[in-house]
Design a protein around this ligand. Structure first.
Ligand SMILES: O=C(O)CCC(=O)C(=O)O
Length: 262
């Protein structure tokens, strides 16, 4: 691991299970990410904007360019070391007035990873606060074991499932208030979620799940976890297979700065 300019943030992550990194991505790349979300929503009218999900990444050069950004990988490296792969990525874009909540959960309970060494970076594409349904975390719960997530069809939500509510001390929750371009980082065991967006502002964040290349993605049957890319350093032989970087095709993909080199 690198020796760190991020000492305070790393300390917070180990204490609370999350940390906040300010001003990681500049406004012009954030504007491209915001256009990307609009472009994806137009291209996939069948999907809810909160569900621009893993399977779309594989053939999308801008998406891969964004998650490969050196500034994001430098943050990820602080947590998982220098050999980094993308496991999954997902825009959760909550539209104004009817953006769906994300019920309390632990990410690791959903993931076929061995070992569960993984870190999530949540890149704010829009400003996010309590009004428009920012992420909420219960500090310290990264020390809890992973629990089974149970379906909940009583509430319309992004995941459709949640942790047993008796394990959630909601009064201890903190709002992760971010400006566009900030990044929050969270642990796979930490209990977190977010409220519905009833405000007049969109709330979009990009979740990016990075693994060290020593973590194996266990595929079972027709796996939706097909979006792995080697992004930095070396692969460990026979652990995972990685996708080729997608080539930019005019008319098929969203144009972006530097797309001609893809
Ligand atoms: O974007 C949200 O509201 C929730 C994000 C989340 O649950 C995650 O990144 O694991």
């Amino acid at each position: 691991m690198t020796t760190t300019e991020f000492g305070k943030e790393i300390e917070q992550y180990h204490r609370d299970g999350y940390a906040i990194f300010r001003n990681v991505i500049d406004s012009s790349l954030i504007a491209e990410a915001a256009n990307h979300v609009d472009w994806l929503i137009k291209k996939h009218p069948e999907l809810r904007p909160e569900s621009l999900d893993v399977q779309l990444v594989t053939h999308d050069p801008f998406w891969v360019r964004l998650v490969s950004d050196k500034r994001l990988l430098d943050v990820a490296q602080e947590f998982i070391g220098p050999n980094i792969a993308l496991f999954a990525s997902h825009y959760i874009s909550k539209p104004p007035f009817d953006g769906r909540p994300v019920l309390w959960h632990q990410d690791g309970s959903y993931w076929p990873l061995d070992p569960m060494e993984v870190v999530t970076l949540w890149l704010a594409v829009d400003d996010a606060d309590a009004e428009n349904g920012c992420m909420r975390v219960i500090p310290g719960t990264q020390h809890e074991p992973l629990n089974e997530m149970k379906p909940n069809s009583n509430v319309v939500s992004v995941l459709g499932s949640q942790i047993d509510p008796s394990l959630v001390n909601e009064s201890a929750a903190v709002d992760i208030v971010l400006k566009a371009g900030d990044v929050s980082v969270h642990h796979p065991n930490v209990i977190h979620g977010s409220n519905a967006n009833t405000s007049s502002r969109r709330r979009c964040g990009l979740t990016i799940r990075y693994i060290p290349t020593s973590t194996k993605i266990l595929h079972k049957g027709a796996s939706p976890w097909c979006g792995a890319f080697l992004l930095r350093g070396e692969a460990v032989p026979e652990v995972n297979t990685y996708n080729e970087l997608p080539k930019y095709i005019i008319g098929e993909h969203m144009p972006f700065t530097g797309c001609e080199k893809w």
